[in-house]
Structure formats: structure tokens, C-alpha cells
Design a binder for this molecule. Structure first.
Ligand SMILES: Cc1cc2nc3c(=O)[nH]c(=O)nc-3n(C[C@H](O)[C@H](O)[C@H](O)COP(=O)(O)O)c2cc1C
Length: 369
């Protein structure tokens, strides 16, 4: 009798860097705005992540690498000793339950307001143009129009790379299993990648190579701290930062080839969100994995609107190796088991996503044993 061929499924283990992960149901990075004074994680956050430790692995909520990198209230940081101590509570709680957790390293760039910034300065950006028309949040939670951000000088860019390095070192000290560089969703690194927000004429602007320089410098400095096999990168081609750019495929093709050469733990791709009234989305954006999978043979984690059936299919047909779930992981702490058993899902409550207390955070029920 020929032996059965082992098929890869959403529920089969994943070899990723030095880790053997129990399944391919990843917890997506999710900002929940529940850090304590000083942007310090605490016991409540530890309980929330520990409840979700059956994920293949967890990516933490986006975590600012400096005060300058912050753009929303009560998001955690990774630049003070108190923050490192707070994150230790989280990593220890996840590890005690056998889980794995990566820290998402974040700088919002222009998506901030002077009320978050050191000495009330203007937020920073590649070129002093707001990222897109619209609004930002103030430190006391009001929605106001964008301010004109400060255009970074080259020494200031080097300081940001150093801040990413310190964040990576602090993440190591806090006991994480790896780090994810947040290169997605319209924040600083994507502001450099996209031509409409990067009008620079120096080594950080103009050609695709120049626009990708900061992202790759950040990735390389983080690799120096962690080793490539414990570093992931999150990107969102045609995502929130898309503004009708015509060179998305060449930009991301270049970046993916560069990242592939570095042999990272994983690449995390967000599927485009087609929104009413936004710039027309080109045809190839409708199936970005088909476009980009051939360029990146390493581990790909995909995210964005996945349901049980679509997640099972995307892993089985090899377009991705794992699937990150956001909103339904908020509402279902035992999501891998529920997906495996095809059990009903708790609905999520959007009103408790951002800020608040344990309600809508640690009080979603798991299935009975
Ligand atoms: C409440 C909330 C917070 C989020 N915070 C982050 C974040 O901190 N970092 C990030 O890269 N993406 C963030 N995202 C995007 C999610 O990681 C994910 O890509 C998105 O929710 C789509 O997946 P889903 O359809 O499974 O929810 C957030 C999404 C939500 C709903």
C-alpha cells in the first residue's frame, strides 16, 4: 500500500525559522489602545494575549519604537525600561501556555498629531506633505485635520533607523520570539515607498531603489539584532496608502526580491481593501498573491477578510503558508480550535476594538472543554 501523501493544511504544523508552529492560524497585529500610563503593557494585556496563545503564532499590536513614532492614544511602546518590563508579562504569559509571539515594530510617520510628539513638534514624514487628505487623532482622542508634517533630514532618518534597532534590542530583552517590521498600512515605511508621499530627490527618494532604502535599512538593522530567521515584514500593496500609484507591481516586486534574498522568517502580505470612492484598483490587485507568490518562495502569511473556507483554500493551493486573522481573533480567543472543528464563531463588537477595559477584550468566551 502506498503511504498517504501528507498534505499541507491550515491545521498542519509550519516550520518557520527556528520554530515548529502547531498550525497556520496566525493572530494578526491588532491595535487595542489599552496600554497603561507611559504606554506600558500590563496584566490585562498579558491575559488577552495568553488567551489567544493557541495561534500558530501571535503578532503583537503595532508598538511604537519612539515617542515620535506614535499616532494613537494608549498604544504600547518599546523604548523605555518600564515598557520592556510590561512586555515581559505578556511574553511570559504566552510562553507559559506554549505559544509564540512576535512584536510588531511601528513608526507612524505623518499619521500622527503634534499632541503625541516630543515637545509638541510636528509629526515627521518623507517630504512634508500629508500622507493623504483626511484627518488624524489627537492625544486626547479628537479627530482633527492633518497638520503639515516635518520633512526628515538625512541625520534624522538615521536616528529613526537607530530607534528601530533599539526597539529590536528591547524586544529581545522582553522575551519575544521574533519581530515584525510594520511596512504596511500607510505608516512611515510605506510613506517612503509610495511616490505620492515621497517627493525626495536624495538617496531616499526618486527611484524605486531609493524609495525602498529606508525599509531595507530598517530590516537589515533589525536582522543584525535578531538574525533573519526571526524577522518578518508586513506589507500592504494597494492598501491604505494606495493613491492610484501606477508602479505598485514594480515597487513591491523589487522589495520582495530584496526580502527574499535576506531569508526572513516570513513575509506578511495584506490583501487590498477595495473601498467605495477610493482610487480605481487595478486588475492585478484583485489577486496579489498570484502576482507576488512567484517572487517570494519563502513563508508567506496572508491577511485580510479571510474566512474558514478561503483560508483553508489559500493554504492548500500553496498561494500562502499561513493566514492571519484580525477581527475574528478578537472575538474568538480559541480561533484555531473553532476553525478546525467548524464550530460557530462569536461575533465581534466593533465598539470595543479601540480603547476601554476588559469588556470586548478578555471577556469573549472560549468553547467549553
Ligand atoms: C482593531 C484593529 C486593529 C488593527 N491594528 C493593526 C496593527 O496594529 N497593525 C497592523 O499591521 N494591522 C492592524 N490591523 C489590520 C489587521 O491586522 C488585519 O490586517 C485586518 O483586520 C484584516 O484582517 P481581518 O479581515 O481578519 O480582520 C488592525 C485591524 C483592526 C480591525
Amino acid at each position: 500500500m502506498p503511504s498517504a501523501v501528507a498534505t499541507t493544511s491550515l491545521f498542519s504544523p509550519l516550520e518557520m525559522g527556528p520554530y515548529t508552529l502547531p498550525n497556520r492560524v496566525v493572530m494578526a497585529p491588532l491595535t487595542r489602545n489599552r496600554a497603561r500610563t507611559g504606554f506600558v503593557p500590563w496584566e490585562l494585556n498579558a491575559e488577552y494575549y495568553a488567551q489567544r496563545s493557541s495561534a500558530g503564532f501571535i503578532v503583537s499590536e503595532a508598538t511604537q519604537i519612539s515617542q515620535q513614532g506614535q499616532g494613537y492614544p494608549n498604544t504600547p511602546g518599546i523604548y523605555t525600561a518600564e515598557q520592556v518590563a510590561g512586555w515581559k508579562l505578556v511574553t511570559q504569559a504566552v510562553h507559559a501556555k506554549g505559544g509564540h509571539i512576535f512584536l510588531q515594530l511601528w513608526h507612524v510617520g505623518a499619521v500622527s498629531h503634534s499632541s503625541f510628539q516630543p515637545a509638541g513638534q510636528m509629526p515627521v514624514s518623507p517630504s512634508g506633505v500629508p500622507f493623504h487628505d483626511g484627518s488624524v487623532m489627537t492625544a486626547d482622542g479628537r479627530i482633527v485635520p492633518y497638520e503639515r508634517p516635518h520633512a526628515l533630514e538625512i541625520p534624522e532618518i538615521q536616528d529613526i533607523v537607530a530607534d528601530f534597532r533599539r526597539g529590536a534590542e528591547n524586544a529581545l530583552a522582553a522575551g519575544f520570539d521574533g519581530v515584525e517590521v510594520h511596512g504596511a498600512n500607510g505608516y512611515l515605511l510605506e510613506q517612503f515607498l509610495m511616490g505620492h508621499s515621497n517627493l525626495r530627490t536624495d538617496a531616499y527618494g526618486g527611484s524605486i531603489e531609493n524609495r525602498a532604502r529606508l525599509l531595507l535599512q530598517v530590516v537589515d538593522t533589525v536582522i543584525e539584532v535578531w538574525g533573519a530567521d526571526r524577522v518578518g515584514v508586513r506589507l500592504s500593496p494597494w492598501g491604505r496608502g494606495f493613491s492610484g500609484e501606477t508602479d505598485v507591481v514594480p515597487v513591491y516586486s523589487y522589495v520582495l526580491r530584496e526580502l527574499d534574498a535576506r531569508k526572513l522568517a516570513y513575509l506578511h502580505l495584506i490583501e487590498p481593501h477595495v473601498r467605495e470612492g477610493s482610487a480605481p484598483i487595478p486588475e492585478e490587485a484583485r489577486s496579489p498573491l498570484v502576482t507576488f507568490r512567484p517572487l517570494y518562495p519563502g513563508v508567506i502569511v496572508t491577511a485580510g477578510g479571510y474566512k474558514r473556507e478561503t483560508a483553508i483554500a489559500v493554504v492548500e493551493n500553496g498561494l500562502a503558508d499561513a493566514v492571519a486573522f484580525g477581527r475574528i481573533f478578537i472575538a474568538n480567543p480559541d480561533l484555531p480550535r473553532r476553525l478546525m472543528e467548524n464550530a460557530p464563531l462569536n461575533p465581534y463588537d466593533r465598539s470595543t476594538f479601540y480603547g476601554g477595559n476588559e469588556h470586548g477584550y478578555t471577556d469573549y468566551p472560549a468553547l467549553e472543554e
